[in-house]
Ligand binder design. Structure first.
Ligand code: XUL
Ligand code: CO
Length: 446
């Protein structure tokens, strides 16, 4: 049985002049860029939840509107089996190397912990078989600790430890599933870990509960031999008003405060940056500067909209800025680029899933080629000579001494006095914007 009859063979690479929406213009899986393939640089992963479980619902339309033939089955487990078939058909036809899931995306919740575990086990074994048949791999796994009504007041941060225990049970099995399927990462997005009012909330205690939960998960996973990384995924708001993992800055502080930095890195999502009123590149740079940029959820939020719209990333400028940072730190060893994105409610045909992923893969592939040019030319961004030059004073003389902690305020005062007024130097922002525009819009990339 085929779920995607409109695509009968893997999406081909046709080059920049192609106008076929079911072909790649730039994403050429095996093409070498700076000694590695495009596939290895970009490490694309399809998000199981949006792509196969999403129905296009919104607050004014609670019923699914997407046409998803794999949902036509008599029982939740039969739906799960068919969905898995559809997912691997999609991965192979699209030609992506990875996927990501939540436990409850791939298998339904049962009537008891034991039944839920059995359901998950069966689907994990099926997925394992499909992975070995197709070569598609798991990038990271996670547990859905926000959808079930028991998590209304949080999972790890719930005032009731019995809810904490249910969340722990889920995480244990989701970690098992991740290990069994060879994932190199395990994500914690604190879905309902936050609060809506301090009238009924002990914030200090809730943060400690969350730290205890993460510690338990790390200890368990390491005992099972998990050698990958844990990723904390910041998000400012939604579903709760105040999420504890507000942005990268908050998450880095949390990991430092509770001594979790050895096991964790961050999973930075574009739309979550928007919700924190940051730019995507700001959040990526914050994580990278701390050596903690582990993985990326590539999507796009709409500015001025207060909720997660999870559009597919389509902006070349944003992708170039993101890849400058990612390439600047030598890539994503443990993580990759996960499409945490959904097609619009009005894009309800199955073929729309192909159009969306292909377009977004292509914009990243083009961005990768641009970033390579920019890096070779050495003009811009983290790789740029211009930035090195700007801070050159800190690499010599008193500038270097002060960074090494070998000076005093008194010595600096003497220095300032003897120097007189430092010359003013333009930041040249507009000149650099213009150079960036040349790369984005004028340079022929192929
Ligand atoms: C929610 C979100 C999640 C995480 C995984 O906004 O981004 O899908 O990526 O739980
Ligand atoms: Co995400």
């Amino acid at each position: 049985m085929t779920f995607f009859p409109e695509v009968d063979e893997p999406i081909p690479y046709q080059g920049p002049d192609s106008r076929d929406p079911l072909a790649f213009r730039y994403y050429d899986r095996t093409r070498k860029v700076a000694g590695s393939t495009m596939e290895r640089h970009l490490k694309f992963a399809v998000a199981y939840w949006h792509t196969f479980k999403g129905g296009g619902q919104d607050p004014f339309g609670p019923d699914p509107v997407y046409d998803r033939p794999w949902n036509d089955a008599p029982t939740p487990m039969e739906v799960a089996r068919r969905t898995l078939d559809a997912a691997f058909e999609f991965f192979t036809k699209l030609g992506v190397p990875y996927y990501c899931f939540h436990d409850r995306d791939i298998a339904p919740e049962g009537d008891s912990v034991a039944e839920s575990n059995d359901y998950l086990d069966e689907i994990v074994q099926r997925a394992k078989l499909k992975q070995s048949e197709t070569g598609v791999k798991l990038l990271w796994g996670t547990a859905n600790l926000f959808g079930h009504p028991r998590y209304t007041h949080g999972a790890a941060t719930n005032p009731d430890p019995r809810v904490f225990a249910h969340a722990a049970a889920q995480v244990r099995r989701a970690i098992d599933a991740t290990i069994e399927l060879g994932g190199s990462g395990y994500v914690f997005w604190g879905g309902r870990e936050g609060y809506t009012s301090l009238i009924n909330t002990d914030m200090g205690r809730e943060r400690e509960q969350m730290a205890a939960f993460l510690r338990l998960a790390v200890d368990y996973a390491r005992r099972q031999g998990f050698q990958g990384k844990f990723f904390l995924e910041p998000k400012a708001r939604e579903p709760s008003i105040h999420q504890y993992d507000f942005d990268c800055g908050h998450c880095l502080n949390f990991l430092r405060e509770f001594d979790l930095r050895d096991d964790f890195m961050l999973n930075v999502e574009a739309n979550h940056a928007t919700l924190a009123t940051h730019s995507f590149e700001h959040e990526l740079a914050t994580a990278a500067a701390a050596g903690m940029l582990g993985s990326v959820d590539i999507n796009r939020g709409l500015e001025g909209v207060g909720w997660d719209t999870d559009n597919f990333a389509m902006s070349l400028r944003e992708c170039v800025l993101a890849l400058l940072i990612i390439r600047g730190q030598g890539g994503l060893r443990w993580g990759g680029l996960n499409f945490d994105a959904k097609v619009r409610r009005g894009s309800f045909d199955t073929v729309d899933l192909f159009y969306a992923h292909i377009a977004s893969m292509d914009v990243f592939a083009k961005a990768l080629l641009i970033v390579e040019r920019v890096r070779q030319d050495g003009v811009l961004g983290l790789a740029g000579e211009r930035i090195r030059e700007r801070y050159a004073g800190y690499r010599r003389g008193l500038g270097r001494k002060l960074m090494a902690g070998e000076t005093t305020l008194e010595e600096l005062e003497d220095w300032a006095g003897s120097l007189g007024e430092p010359p003013r130097t333009s930041g040249r922002q507009e000149e650099l914007e213009s150079i960036l525009n040349d790369y984005l819009y004028s340079t022929r990339i192929e």
